[in-house]
Design a protein around this ligand. Structure first.
Ligand code: SF4
Ligand code: SF4
Length: 433
């Protein structure tokens, strides 16, 4: 794609990077076929190619974002299916990240949107605030129906609907410290405890720590780590995201320097995609560029790391698992085989739902900010999963777990919960077989 940025514009490294990305696009349109919003809405402006044109026009003309650009960029799930499909290697992720920052800096959203986004950014990344908000949401839930009918309150009504009816108490898995290997030590890792996940499903990190220590891996829960920054990063709140990234980089570099680390284990693939991008996010910060690149190189999804441990094959179980590959797993991190191979080796029969490349509509805060498109995608995903006639759904991302669970009666677990059980851990809640 030809571009006409001026030398003065290209002096801005963010613009220069976006220009290099834009020049790679040959407008072939292959990406439109796998884009969930184009497949759902059928509008070229809700396709990757259409969004690329909108971003190019906005940046090239040095214009503030307008309502049209904001509408179509906001509808993008950042699922990155387009990057998997693109034959030209267009880095849509970095382009849309730049567009979102530009929108945040140049566009004044309506009051209601500003309020909702401010609440999400102030609550979700902080486990204690999030837990408190969920408790309050439980009390407010009877008002959800009414709120969804009042335009100004609609999004808050959607939030109340999404809040789980049961809230687990804080887990010991999140307490900083070292969990010793139970057999001869063969590795040492740090684990990201995260923000929303330990509140919504603390059992995931508990299963991870149990499994790793049982397999001879020492697990460090470092003091001071927090949200990876993905939630605010996807809202274009870059300064807040970079503060989170720098804090985690400091914490993990200290842990690596103190006792050595083979990996930083991440159990939510949405966080994994962002942490693997820390090197890029902090590339212009001389004090952090090298450290952030080191952290990104150490980041591993739990299934990626387990695949290196050569786990023994287990006896077959009479349980069929529909594996839902989160977008951040398959498109963001290109991890497609490891989770399924691990589950098969652990004795489960694994089935792939049709249209596995399409997002379930969760996408961070997307199911709150774009509830209609999100609900359409969820219904499509659930139909495909239920058609497998599997006993359980497994996936590697808390966002997908929360989203899909609200659309089906099938039990849904994190992949690591099944693996922990298969290798000697507690049996998770499963259908009777
Ligand atoms: S597939 Fe790649 S090159 Fe083709 S239009 Fe989409 S982004 Fe551009
Ligand atoms: S990230 Fe997903 S929703 Fe956004 S343009 Fe690409 S394929 Fe479409």
């Amino acid at each position: 794609m030809q571009t006409t940025f001026t030398p003065a514009q290209l002096a801005d490294p963010h613009v220069a990077e976006s220009e290099a990305i834009l020049r790679k696009c040959v407008h072939c349109g292959f990406c439109t076929a796998t884009c969930p919003t184009y497949v759902t809405l059928g509008n070229e402006l809700d396709s990757p190619r259409g969004r690329i044109y909108l971003i190019k026009d906005m940046l090239e003309n040095g214009r503030p974002a307008d309502e049209e650009v904001v509408t179509h960029i906001d509808r993008c799930l950042s699922c990155l299916a387009c990057m998997t499909t693109c034959p030209s290697g267009v880095n849509y992720m970095h382009l849309v990240d730049h567009a979102r920052v530009h929108i945040e800096q140049t566009y004044r959203r309506p009051l209601k949107d500003r309020l909702v986004r401010a609440v999400l950014a102030a609550v979700l990344p902080y486990p204690s605030r999030f837990r408190l908000a969920l408790k309050a949401a439980r009390l407010g839930r009877p008002l959800a129906g009414f709120m969804k009918r009042v335009p100004f309150l609609k999004t808050f009504g959607v939030m109340l609907d999404l809040a789980p009816s049961q809230i687990a108490s804080a887990s010991a898995a999140a307490v900083p410290g070292i969990r010793a290997a139970e057999i001869e030590k063969r590795g040492r890792v740090a684990i990201l405890t995260g923000c929303a996940q330990p509140v919504l499903k603390p059992g995931i990190n508990e299963a991870t720590i149990r499994l790793l220590t049982r397999l001879g891996v020492e697990v460090v829960v470092p003091q001071g780590e927090g949200c990876c920054g993905a939630l605010v990063h996807h809202m274009g709140r870059e300064e807040q995201a970079l503060v989170a990234a720098r804090r985690n980089v400091d914490v993990w570099i200290r842990a690596a320097d103190e006792g050595g680390l083979d990996a930083i284990i991440i159990t939510a693939s949405g966080c994994g995609t962002t942490i693997k991008d820390y090197g890029h996010m902090l590339r212009l910060d001389p004090a952090y560029a090298d450290k952030a690149a080191r952290v990104s190189a150490l980041a591993r999804d739990i299934t990626e790391y387990l695949a290196t441990l050569d786990l023994p094959r287990q006896e077959a179980r009479n349980i069929t698992v529909a594996y839902h590959s989160a977008c951040s797993m398959q498109h963001g991190q290109k991890i497609t085989l490891a989770p399924k191979v691990l589950l098969k080796n652990a004795g489960f029969t694994v089935r792939d739902p049709a249209e596995g490349h399409l997002c379930c509509g969760s996408a961070g805060t997307y199911n709150i900010l774009q509830p209609e498109i999100s609900a359409t995608l969820k219904a499509r995903k659930v139909r495909n999963i239920e058609a497998t006639k599997a006993d359980i759904i497994a996936t590697g991302n808390i966002g997908c777990i929360t989203q899909i669970a609200t659309g089906t009666a099938m039990p849904i677990l994190h992949t690591v919960e099944l693996l922990d059980w298969a290798y000697g851990g507690e049996k998770p809640a499963l259908p009777q077989k």
